[in-house]
Design a protein around this ligand. Structure first.
Ligand SMILES: Cc1cc2nc3c(=O)[nH]c(=O)nc-3n(C[C@H](O)[C@H](O)[C@H](O)COP(=O)(O)OP(=O)(O)OC[C@H]3O[C@@H](n4cnc5c(N)ncnc54)[C@H](O)[C@@H]3O)c2cc1C
Length: 527
């Protein structure tokens, strides 16, 4: 019923994830005991330092005062403690100031922090992802100047893509970058930038896409690091507006104007979007961790409440806990299942992403990369969706109480709602899944999925024949759907209409597969 319980569930999920065992062979320093201790520390920190800020932060919200953003009370100190404890750069290379742990460890800790205070984690997520991006694509000077300071939280960073006429349609970005001598000058207006301004740190770097060439669409886009200050002086960036949102009140969402702001090119000209994908990929996985954190918190609240709240039963006897009613039990079990399936799926993806980085064999590495690219849209979208729908289901279990601010569920619901919108809407993820993952990659990711499911099926078929049958059927149905969608390439209008159904069928196949692992955890607990 707590962070401690979530730690235990995460450790149990790691134990049944085959990729984790393989990863431990590459990383003997990540033995079970060490990782359990890291997770316990993360849970303790989340509960002690971050969670107390969540409700007050929501009530107070971020504010725009005389052109500068103020975050709610306590956010600055909590961010500092988070960074000082090393949580900001768990999986960044040690040479860059990180702890050099696998991404899987980060993905295991992340949902604990997200559960505690998702709004503050918005800035932690973009800062960490920017550190990875600059580490991998920046030149030596940029790496030296920025990466260690991002890793220690001395500076923060944003992902700065969206504009009024360029939301899902990134190719319509109009912000321009012009070369002036060795320098670049950026002018334009960006919208929806999370932590685009704040008072947590003095310096903020914007990882910004701007148009450099005359080529239309995404080909003319390059990537820049645009600091808010240069040698202590403002760099022509003004906060024009703070969005008044449904949730995530403590996370400032800014419209920013850039007026001849100096920026440094990251990587190569014209390859901006492709390079930014490193950051986007990490932030999409983080979005799934956000959903998982909020789903975990919501189901815990509902389970606890249902044990205590008494209604119904024989009128001659005292009322019974509502958890005893079959319909409430059904709701609780569904919520728990959704949450734990997601936890397993996040770890399956994170371990595959880690193993892809360690794999020396080219062909094997390409297979892993295909699988990761195939899984990411599913995990991002259905992880985000679980955050909202489990919070919604939990409100139902609490009845009228769930609808009030006496309980945290209404905040979880409001905070979670945006997660299927930012980092690529559901519609765009479904489109990507069909056109790039199925059509573009010739179904390679799907082949990897089938091979992985077969491995789990072979060990589940005797122990859990019914679950194995469901997983097999879902996989076959999805395979058949995939064949149909392949044949619809000549009818794109029809195919795109069906893209969401196809996407959902993919997630159902993954869920039924992860159910088999959930059974293994339950078997283990019963022994
Ligand atoms: C709280 C919050 C924080 C954010 N933080 C950041 C940030 O830090 N940095 C940043 O750059 N951006 C940020 N964003 C912006 C976010 O990424 C965009 O809102 C998102 O990409 C969608 O763009 P849009 O809002 O313009 O919607 P639109 O692109 O107008 O889409 C509206 C609807 O149309 C659908 N649609 C659009 N095009 C297509 C198509 N071709 N095919 C099918 N369906 C389509 C979409 O799926 C969606 O349902 C944030 C947004 C919010 C709300």
């Amino acid at each position: 019923m707590s962070f401690r319980d979530q730690v235990d569930r995460t450790l149990a999920a790691l134990a049944v994830t085959p990729g984790w065992r393989r990863l431990q062979q590459c990383r003997p320093d990540c033995d079970d005991e060490t990782v359990a201790e890291i997770l316990r520390q993360a849970g303790g920190f989340a509960e002690r330092v971050l969670a107390p800020l969540n409700t007050p932060g929501d009530r107070q919200g971020a504010q725009l005062i005389e052109g500068r953003v103020q975050t709610p009370a306590g956010f600055r100190e909590a961010f500092r403690s988070y960074a000082e404890a090393g949580w900001l750069a768990v999986d960044l290379a040690e040479a860059g100031g990180g702890q050099g742990l696998p991404l899987t460890v980060q993905a295991a800790c992340g949902p604990l922090f997200e559960r505690a205070c998702v709004a503050l984690m918005m800035v932690a997520g973009s800062t960490r992802a920017a550190a990875h991006l600059i580490w991998e694509a920046g030149d030596e000077q940029l790496i030296r100047e920025w990466v260690p300071k991002l890793a220690t939280g001395e500076r923060t960073a944003t992902i700065c893509i969206s504009e009024a006429d360029a939301g899902s349609d990134v190719g319509r970005i109009r912000t321009k970058a012009e070369r002036v001598g060795d320098d670049w000058r950026i002018s334009g207006r960006k919208t929806w930038i999370s932590f685009g301004d704040h008072d947590l740190t003095e310096r903020i770097g914007h990882c910004l896409l701007a148009r450099t060439g005359s080529e239309p669409g995404t080909r003319g886009l390059s990537l820049f690091l645009v600091p808010n200050l240069i040698e202590g002086q403002p760099n022509g960036i003004t906060v024009e507006r703070l969005e008044d949102k449904m949730g995530l009140h403590a996370s400032p969402t800014c419209a920013l104007n850039f007026d001849q702001s100096r920026g440094t090119l990251i990587g190569s000209e014209g390859r901006g979007l492709a390079q930014l994908f490193r950051m986007i990929e990490l932030m999409r996985l983080q979005t799934a961790c956000q959903g998982l954190g909020l789903a975990s918190a919501s189901v815990d609240v509902a389970e606890r409440y249902a044990k205590e709240r008494r209604q119904g039963g024989q009128s001659s006897s005292p009322p019974v806990p509502i958890a005893e009613h079959p319909d409430v039990r059904r709701q609780l079990e569904e919520m728990r299942r959704r949450t734990e399936v997601l936890r397993l799926a996040v770890l399956e993806l994170a371990t595959a992403m880690d193993l892809a980085a360690y794999e020396p064999n080219d062909e094997r590495r390409r297979e892993l990369e295909s699988f990761c690219a195939w899984m990411l849209p599913l995990i991002k979208n259905f992880g985000a969706d679980a955050g909202f729908s489990v919070a919604n289901a939990a409100i139902q279990v609490l009845g009228g109480a769930g609808y009030t601010r006496d309980w945290p569920l209404e905040q979880y619901l409001r905070d979670a709602r945006v997660m299927t919108i930012y980092e690529g809407t559901t519609g765009m993820q479904a489109l990507d899944f069909l056109t790039r993952r199925l059509w573009g990659d010739q179904g390679n990711g799907l082949r990897q999925l089938k091979a992985r499911v077969q491995t789990d099926l072979s060990s589940a078929v005797d122990l859990h024949p019914q679950d194995a049958k469901v997983a097999q059927e879902r996989l076959e149905a999805f395979d058949e759907f995939s064949r149909r969608m392949m044949s619809l390439q000549a009818e794109p209008e029809r195919a795109l209409y069906l893209a969401h159904d196809y996407f959902l069928a993919g997630w159902e196949a993954v869920s039924a597969w992860m159910d088999l692992r959930l059974r293994r955890i339950e078997d283990h607990l019963q022994r």
